[in-house]
Design a protein around this ligand. Structure first.
Ligand SMILES: Cc1ncc(COP(=O)(O)O)c(C=O)c1O
Length: 392
């Protein structure tokens, strides 16, 4: 039997890699998990009751795109968040954003661009499904450094013209996982201008859009709307996982131009895994409620303050502009991760597990990613131990 070539160079996923790295090594203190971006604040308590009230829905196949009520709630949320009218016909429910990121690229990436294999621009480091989706359709991922030198966002405008001409899709993640950088309105305007000039689509992953420090991050939808850009060029993704501490509910959304939505819906009608009906009923109420989101943000604000206080005087360690990860500079990511675990029991993720080496340079190698998801006291203990172990 043969196996596909296109996934041959795919590294093991980050978390199994971390397990292999740490193997049987014993923690040097009470274990503190700061690896995975799994929110640990409480989700709204009323969610459970809604699921129970609609449990008979487990006996039915759910509507593929989302119930009309859920689509209305998502569309209303986009309107509130970005001040842009996005009708329910331009929204679809996802079984978690991750599958939507994958399926949307499959639905929208053409076989050819400018007479050759299409290029998919991927910020480096990045949320891993971006590259796998590109490989799945036989496109060529182009990993573009998103380092301190570029404000931790990819400088797509600096790419050679022939690469941009062959680009079919550009991924952007803002607030960025893992660096926490937020794309400004100017950045997004430039990116949309570039997409118009070179005729590519932008797939904007904005899953962390409501977890911010000082001001709500601008969204691609509002900037595109202000510019009068072709809505078919822009696709945006959001998630209840981070917004509402419901990673297990598996509810995200995708919004795109009308023709793109037709393509996305059609593909997902064949291959998608719709959200079970009782969960759609709960999700509908969660998207409609902002009080828990505000309370959630306040909990992160407390932890951002803790991070700033712990790392006072340490350059490059400030709390993120958005999202809930610290992207901390270290000499060697794997060595630092092993040392931290064996000396203190704090577990973090090596940065290079989220990035690719290109021309001998791996932009994640000098960083570890630290998730600020635990309760404040635990975060304080974890960060203090990390600082004392790695930075003094
Ligand atoms: C940048 C980014 N996009 C998408 C996702 C997927 O979110 P969901 O739980 O909605 O699938 C994550 C989850 O960690 C993420 O960090």
């Amino acid at each position: 039997m043969t196996f596909p070539e296109r996934f041959q160079n795919l590294p093991e996923y980050a978390f199994p890699r971390l397990r292999s790295l740490l193997g049987d090594l014993k923690p040097g203190g009470e274990p503190i998990q700061m690896t995975i971006g799994e929110p640990r604040h409480p989700f709204p308590a009323w969610v459970t009751q809604i699921i129970a009230d609609h449990a008979d829905g487990f006996g039915r196949y759910p509507p593929n795109d989302g119930t009309p009520e859920l689509l209305d709630a998502m569309s209303a949320w986009l309107g509130r968040r970005y001040g842009v009218p996005v009708g329910p016909d331009r929204v679809m429910a996802l079984n978690g954003t991750r599958e939507g990121l994958m399926n949307t690229l499959i639905a929208l990436c053409p076989e050819q661009k400018a007479g050759g294999t299409p290029v998919v621009l991927v910020p480096n480091p990045f949320y891993q499904v971006y590259a796998v989706a590109a490989l799945t359709v036989g496109a060529q991922p182009r990993y573009v450094p998103a380092t301190a030198a570029t404000g931790f966002l990819p400088d797509y405008a600096a790419l050679p013209r022939d690469v941009l001409d062959r680009t079919a899709i550009a991924w952007i993640c803002s607030p960025a996982n893992p660096q926490g950088a937020v794309a400004s309105r100017d950045y997004l305007r430039t990116l949309i201008g570039l997409a118009e000039k070179h005729d590519f689509r932008i797939l904007a992953d904005e899953c962390y859009s409501v977890i911010w420090r000082t001001a709500p991050p601008p969204g691609i939808l509002e900037v595109a709307h202000q510019m009068g850009a072709d809505p078919e060029r822009i696709v945006a993704f959001h998630s209840l996982s981070k917004r509402s501490n419901l990673p297990g509910l598996r509810c995200g959304l995708v919004t795109a131009g009308p023709q793109s939505m037709v393509r996305i819906r059609k593909l997902r009608a064949y291959a998608g895994a719709p959200l079970p009906l009782p969960l759609q009923r709960a999700a509908e109420k969660v998207w409609a409620d902002e009080a828990h989101v505000t309370a959630n943000r306040a909990l992160y604000a407390e932890k951002f303050a803790v991070a700033d206080q712990v790392f006072q005087g340490h350059q490059g360690c400030a709390a993120p502009e958005g999202g809930f990860f610290l992207w901390l500079p270290v000499d060697d990511d794997e060595a630092a991760t092993v040392r931290l675990w064996t000396e203190t029991g704090v577990k973090v993720l090596p940065g290079s597990y989220l990035s690719r080496e290109v021309d001998g340079f791996n932009p994640g190698k000098g960083y570890v990613r630290v998730a600020l998801v635990a309760q404040k006291d635990e975060v304080q203990r974890g960060l203090t131990r990390l600082r004392d172990c790695l930075m003094t």
